[in-house]
Design a protein around this ligand. Structure first.
Ligand SMILES: *Cc1c(COP(=O)(O)O)cnc(C)c1O
Length: 463
């Protein structure tokens, strides 16, 4: 399998190459040259497989020659063996139509673990072959940071610098990053938003002063391997609910457009999907883009769902490229114009291509709280604020009664106890597996929100 950049001019790479490269050298994102296909018969044949085995089957065509099938299976078994639930991503029924896909049974209580537990092992595997080192620079709106840190803490050949927006992540989210004490972990709080942090990360990849000395890697969903791992649970949910003979809809609480793009990939591979519902909070650039073609940034409003407080969604570029004719040089022009003006109009091909599968809905804080209360009072389920936004959109989308609607439950409610308690009166408690989070000592560096401060810090501290 070869991967090409959405901006057309970076070299094509194999799976091991894109896993270590992260961002493409032309500033674009890597996508497979073509989508692997499964027939309905092949999909039906995966029913009943343990999650790790299903994962290896779905991923093998993407991995190609970079890993032999037996080794891939060893890695998926190791990664998913760390989950607290035997089904890894179990489904919970809410009513006749609504379901939750629980993606928070990993070590750091959010869906990011599903991909990052595997990505940590892939880094080790591929770096080991060439005895190389990787300096990861990442940005987090809250959950990627802890999941990536858990996945790479203590590795010899990987070091990680993780930027989070100061004061804009929950206490649990911050402590899950800052209390991990390993020499290869560097936490940085910046004055600014997630978008500021993500823009700095992208600049690092293009900074010759840094890349001349260090091989820079990515754990954000700009890294293809993350999306690949997330495709698996769309298949898992479908197989439990009658797929491939029956179509499902998915509602996905969305920020950086990674999770929902994985649903698009599943559909491209042959999984019957009726609709993908992009659920946003009041930071609704994606809702405006999908409903009106208007992709224009505003300022970020902090909400109770901080992992979705994002204006510039990196992975949206992958969708625009894929549905807009896969023209790298046109995409490069479009993104250059966007970077200058901070806004763009989608082309007709992009709008029509997206409308075939996607719809979008925006939920404000009241919608979110009402969805949380509905789940609590009518279905005896406590959901986190991000999941509640997905659930609001799932119910408001008004799909035919015979289409099951699966909301991706992206975080454990105990990551956001204050917002959950405000809406439901119930304060969720942390599962035992996170241990003594609130008594451990924190360590992080505070930096101003300027690129130079962050780059200098990385150059001074990277080994
Ligand atoms: C990261 C995250 C999201 C958004 O996912 P994207 O892939 O960035 O769209 C939603 N909910 C939670 C809890 C998250 O951690």
């Amino acid at each position: 399998m070869k991967y090409v950049s959405t901006r057309g001019s970076a070299p094509a790479l194999d799976f091991a190459g894109v896993t270590l490269a992260g961002l493409a050298s032309d500033g674009g994102l890597y996508v497979p040259e073509e989508w692997p296909q499964f027939t309905a018969g092949e999909i039906a044949g995966m029913r009943g497989l343990p999650y790790a085995d299903l994962a290896a089957r779905i991923m093998q065509p993407f991995v190609g020659d970079s890993l032999d099938p037996h080794r891939l299976l060893e890695l998926t078994r190791q990664a998913y063996g760390r989950f607290a639930h035997a089904a890894v991503t179990p489904l919970t029924q809410l009513d006749e139509q609504q379901w939750l896909l629980e993606l928070f049974h990993g070590p750091t209580l959010a869906f990011k673990d599903v991909a990052l537990q595997l990505l940590g092992l892939l880094f080790e595997e591929f770096l080991g072959r060439e005895s190389g080192n990787l300096t990861i620079v990442g940005a987090t709106s809250g959950d990627t940071g802890s999941a990536a840190i858990d996945a790479v803490a203590g590795l010899d050949n990987v070091e990680i610098f993780m930027l989070h927006p100061k004061g804009r992540v929950s206490d649990v989210q911050r402590r899950q990053m800052t209390t991990v004490r390993a020499p290869n972990i560097h936490n940085i709080a910046i004055d600014g938003s997630f978008d500021d942090a993500q823009a700095m990360v992208k600049r690092i990849f293009a900074d010759d002063d840094v890349t001349a000395k260090h091989r820079i890697g990515a754990v954000n969903s700009i890294n293809w391997a993350r999306l690949m791992a997330q495709v698996v649970y769309y298949f898992a949910a479908s197989l439990q609910l009658g797929g491939p003979g029956r179509k499902l809809a998915f509602s996905v609480p969305t920020g950086n457009f990674g999770d929902v793009f994985a649903g698009h990939v599943a559909a491209r591979m042959g999984l019957p999907i009726e609709q993908l519902i992009v659920a946003t909070n009041v930071n609704d650039i994606l809702h405006r883009a999908l409903s009106a073609g208007d992709y224009s940034t505003g300022t970020v409003t902090p909400t109770s769902a901080p992992s979705m407080d994002i204006q510039v969604s990196s992975n949206f570029e992958r969708l625009l490229y894929d549905v807009g004719g896969r023209d790298g040089s046109a995409m490069a022009d479009q993104m250059r114009a966007f970077d200058a003006a901070r806004k763009m109009q989608l082309t007709n091909a992009q709008r029509e291509g997206a409308a075939a599968l996607f719809t979008s809905l925006r939920a404000d804080e009241d919608d979110m709280a009402r969805a949380m209360r509905w789940a609590c009072e009518d279905c005896a389920e406590i959901v986190d604020p991000h999941t509640a936004i997905g659930l609001h959109a799932a119910r408001a989308a008004d799909l035919p009664a015979d289409i099951p609607v699966v909301t991706l439950a992206t975080a454990h409610p105990a990551k956001f106890p204050d917002a959950v308690e405000r809406a439901t009166g119930t304060r969720p408690s942390l599962p035992a597996r996170v241990g003594d989070l609130f008594s451990r000592e924190e360590a992080f560096t505070e930096l101003p929100g300027t690129y130079d401060a962050v780059r200098d810090h990385i150059l001074e501290n990277a080994s």
